[in-house]
Design a protein around this ligand. Structure first.
Ligand SMILES: Nc1ncnc2c1ncn2[C@@H]1O[C@H](COP(=O)(O)OP(=O)(O)O)[C@@H](O)[C@H]1O
Ligand SMILES: [Mg+2]
Length: 487
């Protein structure tokens, strides 16, 4: 089935999530839809599969304009979508999930469906036991179930929204095999991703979205440099900052290995000195967060050595890291950084590093008021943190960090902030570094990495490159390393 998007628009309030999107996907191909988080990919795919309605524009299947009111109508015409968050029902059996959305539930239907499930599973080499509960499946197996369910309902276009998030490497290899097989059998596959390397591995053609618009399309053979250029755009980093002579080593990593259940990044060696800013670049989920959390004492490294201000910190508790002047700013402001339900005053009380058992509420309130003014937070001591805007939550998080930190570990410190707040945050950070803090920060924004980093660590495909000198690195070089070239 050939697919055409023509002048698709979708607004969510003030956000123009899809802005005049037009492109074509050829039948029987694997087509990549690539873009950073928030580019508008899921929105477009939800429109295509009938989950949400477009504001304007036209969709054509094999040349015919179509109008879907809901996902069932889309599937009836052959378009099925696997969502970023699975829509299956975990307590039910595989067979019951396979039957979801079918009209009748007669005994004969169940046995026919069972046979259907088994035939389709065999065709793709899936091992799905009809009677097992879905709760027992891995994410990869839940995807397999959803693939056979959609195929059994007549899908000829299959949309995969970020399917490699949360699956292991062998599962990914298996998934890619399946996608190639589906395309060979005539299905049109749309593969949505923000991971450059996945798009490069798999797709014959890639359309790149940025801020709701199509910014380009490439057809095999294409280079990762082309994709990077499209994804991140022209970079305009100014690269001027006050030089700070680096001081004593604050953080020393020797042959460190960090890992979680799906990713392992070995051989990280780095010395960060007082006054240095080190940017961690890479596609999201390449190990930057693992490194930051290991340096904060939140997750133990698998191997290697961490020293802070000369002291070996392996197997030390988080409190010992705090005592040595380490501060960690997580990306999930409300999930990890702040406590929803508590107000600003209560946060400042929690962040005290004293051993007093009683709280002097008047003093606490005054302290909160002073910090709110100093950090320009739009809110008052009684404001609950969840009522603050993202920019003000970030200001609050920075206000909670002690002033005498030696090492600041920042995960996406400016993600989702407007320009004014972004500049404000960096002004604070640059002041901290003048006072002698070493700063490690991760960012998906190449401009931000190039503009502020003295040195850059690039994470890609389970590896970390030798630290690059910030001033000598071009956006092109950085993009290629992120894309896995030259590591
Ligand atoms: N249901 C919604 N309500 C409000 N805003 C939304 C909704 N869905 C998406 N958005 C916004 O639309 C933009 C595009 O989002 P999305 O299509 O999910 O991007 P992507 O899948 O490329 O990460 C983002 O700014 C997002 O916050
Ligand atoms: Mg998405």
């Amino acid at each position: 089935m050939r697919l055409e998007f023509q002048h698709i628009h979708k607004h969510f309030g003030a956000v123009h999530a899809n802005n005049d999107i037009s492109f074509t996907i050829e039948a029987g191909t694997i087509h990549g839809l690539l873009g950073e988080n928030g580019a508008g990919k899921s929105t477009l795919m939800k429109i295509l599969s009938g989950f949400i309605r477009r504001d304007a524009g036209e969709i054509r299947l094999d040349g015919h304009a179509v109008e879907f009111k809901n996902p069932a109508e889309a599937l009836h015409l052959g378009v099925g979508m696997l969502h970023q968050d699975p829509l299956d029902v975990p307590p039910l059996s595989i067979l019951d999930n396979f039957l979801l959305g079918r009209q009748t539930r007669l005994i004969q239907d169940r046995s026919a469906a069972r046979a259907d499930l088994q035939t389709l599973s065999q065709r793709f080499g899936f091992d799905l036991d009809p009677d097992a509960p879905v709760a027992s499946l891995t994410v990869g197996e839940r995807q397999q179930l959803e693939i056979v369910r959609l195929l059994s309902r007549g899908a000829r276009v299959l949309i995969f929204d970020e399917p490699t998030t949360g699956i292991s490497l062998p599962q990914k290899v298996k998934l890619f095999e399946t996608l190639r097989l589906l395309a060979q059998q005539g299905m049109t596959i749309i593969f949505v991703t923000h991971k450059l390397a996945d798009a490069e591995d798999l797709c014959e053609q890639v359309t790149v979205l940025r801020l709701g618009r199509v910014v380009g399309q490439v057809t095999r053979p294409f280079t990762s440099a082309q994709l990077v250029q499209l994804m991140f755009g022209q970079t305009f980093a100014t690269r001027e900052r006050a030089a700070v002579a680096p001081g004593e080593p604050v953080l020393e990593l020797r042959d460190l290995c960090v890992a979680d259940y799906r990713l392992r990044v070995p051989h990280i060696t780095l010395t960060a000195r007082a006054g240095e800013i080190i940017g961690l670049a890479g596609i999201e989920g390449s190990g930057q967060r693992l490194l930051l959390r290991a340096c904060a004492g939140l997750d133990a490294p698998v191997a290697g050595e961490i020293r802070i201000a000369g002291a070996k910190m392996n197997r030390q508790p988080y409190r010992a890291f705090l005592a040595r002047g380490v501060g960690y700013l997580p990306a999930g402001r409300l999930e990890e950084g702040l406590v929803a339900g508590l107000n600003l005053t209560e946060h400042f009380i929690l962040a005290r590093r004293t051993r007093e058992w009683l709280v002097n509420w008047n003093a606490a309130q005054n302290h909160a008021r002073a910090r709110i003014a100093e950090f320009n937070i739009r809110g008052d001591p009684a404001s609950r943190v969840e009522s603050l805007s993202g920019g003000n939550q970030q200001r609050a998080l920075l206000a909670l960090l002690p002033l005498d930190l030696k090492l600041m570990l920042l995960e996406h410190p400016t993600r989702g902030l407007d320009i004014e707040s972004t500049l404000w945050v960096w002004q604070q950070l640059l002041e901290r570094r003048q006072r002698g803090a070493a700063i490690l920060f991760s960012s998906a924004d190449l401009d931000e990495i190039l503009e502020y980093s003295d040195r850059i660590l690039v994470f890609s495909g389970g590896r970390v490159a030798q630290a690059l000198e910030g001033r000598e690195t071009s956006a092109q070089q950085l993009g290629e390393l992120i894309g896995g070239k030259g590591l």
